[in-house]
Ligand binder design. Sequence first.
Ligand SMILES: C[S@@+](CC[C@H](N)C(=O)[O-])C[C@H]1O[C@@H](n2cnc3c(N)ncnc32)[C@H](O)[C@@H]1O
Length: 417
Amino acid sequence: MPVLSWLSKSLVFPEPAPLITDSIVYPAGAGYVSAVQPLPATAGSLFLGDNLAVMMALLPEYEGKINLIYADPPFFTNRRFAARVGRGEDSRKPHEWQLADGYTDHWEDIEAYLDFLYPRLKIMHRLLAETGALYLHLDWHADAYARLLLDEIFGPARLLNEIIWCYHGPSPIRSAFNRKHDTILVYTKSEEYTFNVDDVRIPYDINTVKTFAASPKAGFGKTPDLERGKVPEDWWYFPVVARLHKERTGYPTQKPEALLERIVRASSNVGDWVADFFCGSGTAPLVASRLGRRFIGCDRIFRAVHTARARLVQQGGTTPFLIQQAQSPGTPSAFSEAPRFLLGQDVVRLASDTTTLDYWEVDPAWDGKIFRSAAQAARPLNSQPIASEVRLPANSEISSVCIRCVTVAGEQMQVTL
Ligand SMILES: C[S@@+](CC[C@H](N)C(=O)[O-])C[C@H]1O[C@@H](n2cnc3c(N)ncnc32)[C@H](O)[C@@H]1O
């Protein structure tokens, strides 16, 4: 079997990250309990930190247990992606966009990139359940290399699909065809794998329906079940999350929820574990949570974990989830001008300008250890102002009220009332 080799190829694994539970988030206060007691059952966790060290830390508990891994790593584009703040900017006037730190996809060479990818794919393989699948999302920059790595790790016979995701969009290219597809390599851990074909059927093409209506013999003896729909092909069309797209968070290279929905429905069941160790804005954890799966999300950028958390709070399920950190949380940075909050009867009000705030949350009985987020306000995706008041759950014991805030620029601050 051909195997990809490069000079620095080796498998060196770091020490497992010491994981610290930073906060437990009760979306809109659902199920909130203030007393210090064992943490409740959660829908999942978001981890802030390098995913290799995080995965090493998860191995003892999760080896062979994760049913689906979606991996959308940097593509080896050698670009730096900024986050965009707000919506609807003019794509012809980049100098007018309001930008914030995003993530980098910058490598010395392909060897450095493969040194990064190879051990991570190896650990993902260990984490997968026997019936599990890995969906590795890349494009023309590195998909051919990755396929050889996956053949080596999973075995070439475990390639289930090479999915082509097609989309439209502007491009400056004039000397080649526009590069408008990504490649998703799907490998299963074993021959026995989850594939819920009836959960991902789509309507037949209108021309097929017309043909069979006109001539039932058109299929040479095979009549498709037009009501039930067809199994999708291995090429998919979903629009990209562009500037006016209603899902857009501003986090760079955000993937559409419809793409993740098809993957999660096909390759996992309710209650299963779905992991995304390059979660960015949290599309996979959000979709997994909505579809009743448990989730693990990880990213090394604070903005990513913050965006994923805000999306889960606004649009995910109601089960609490954890934010865990692979390094000490440290002291949140101070803003130049601290927002002011007022405590009322079961409510907390923001008494300053709301325009720069992206998110704020309240722990009504902060114990100085794990932040129990009992109420949250997140800036709506349509750029409307953030709510200036949140209601505390009815059973809140109010003692040391602590508020954590994040600005649109990504600054963090903590205020105690
Ligand atoms: C292509 S983006 C993922 C986008 C995501 N699928 C979404 O829908 O928003 C890749 C992400 O991988 C993260 N990343 C890169 N290297 C990482 C590492 N070593 N550990 C954790 N996250 C990493 C980046 O910060 C970035 O957010």
